[in-house]
Design a protein around this ligand. Structure first.
Ligand code: MN
Length: 208
C-alpha cells in the first residue's frame, strides 16, 4: 500500500507555469482579459488534459515535457503536450513594455540574427511574414538548428521545432484565441504589437 502511494506520487504531473508578471502587466499589447482566458483557461485545459493522458502510461509518465513532445506518436498526447510546451515558452518570453530586456537583442543574439537573416530588422520582417502567412492555427518559431544556425519555422496546430531536433527560442502563437479579444481578425497588428513585449534576454538564454 505504501509502495503504491509512493509510486503514484512520483508520477509526472505537469503544472501551469508561473507567470513572471501580473495578468494586467502586458497591457495594452495583451489585455488582462486575454491573459485570463489564454493562460488561465486554454493553457490550464491543455495541462489538465495532458495529465489525464499520461496517467498510467508507463513510458510517458517518467518523461519531462520536451521528451513527451518528441516521443508522442501524435494525436491528443502530442497536441496537448505540444501546447503545454509551446505556451510555457510563449508566456515566459514576455515582459511589460519598456522593461529590461525588451526593445532589441544584445550582442550574441543580434550577431546570430545578422548571420542568418541579414539584420535584426530583416529577422523581424521574416518572422512577421511567417506569422501572418500561416494558414489556420499554429505557431511561428525562431529556432536554432544543430549547427547553431537560426531558422524561422512555421508549425501548424501544436507543432514545435523540437521534433526536428531544433531548439525553440521565440514562439508567436497565431491561434485566433491568442489575439481575437484584443485585435479581432487583425493578426498582423497583433504581431506588430508583440515586438514591444519580447524579452530578448529570455530568448537569448534559450540558445545553446
Ligand atoms: Mn494559445
Amino acid at each position: 500500500m505504501l509502495t503504491q502511494r509512493i509510486i503514484t506520487s512520483m508520477a509526472a504531473v505537469f503544472s501551469l507555469p508561473r507567470l513572471p508578471y501580473e495578468a494586467n502587466a502586458l497591457e495594452p499589447v495583451m489585455s488582462k482579459e486575454t491573459i485570463d482566458y489564454h493562460y488561465g483557461k486554454h493553457l490550464q485545459a491543455y495541462v489538465n488534459t495532458l495529465n489525464a493522458l499520461v496517467k498510467g502510461s508507463a513510458g510517458f509518465e517518467k518523461m519531462n515535457l520536451e521528451e513527451v513532445v518528441r516521443h508522442a506518436p501524435g494525436g491528443p498526447l502530442f497536441n496537448n503536450a505540444g501546447q503545454v510546451l509551446n505556451h510555457t515558452l510563449f508566456f515566459e518570453q514576455f515582459r511589460p513594455v519598456g522593461a529590461e530586456g525588451t526593445g532589441k537583442p544584445r550582442a550574441r543574439l543580434e550577431e546570430a540574427m545578422r548571420d542568418s537573416f541579414g539584420s535584426f530588422e530583416q529577422f523581424k520582417e521574416q518572422m512577421a511574414a511567417a506569422s501572418t502567412g500561416l494558414f489556420g492555427s499554429g505557431w511561428a518559431w525562431l529556432a536554432q538548428d544543430g549547427q547553431g544556425e537560426l531558422k524561422i519555422v512555421q508549425c501548424p496546430n501544436a507543432g514545435n521545432p523540437v521534433t526536428e531536433g531544433m531548439v525553440p527560442l521565440l514562439g508567436f502563437d497565431v491561434w485566433e484565441h491568442a489575439y481575437y479579444v484584443d485585435y479581432r481578425n487583425r493578426r498582423a497588428d497583433y504581431i506588430t504589437a508583440l515586438w514591444q513585449i519580447v524579452d530578448w534576454d529570455v530568448v537569448a538564454a534559450r540558445m545553446k
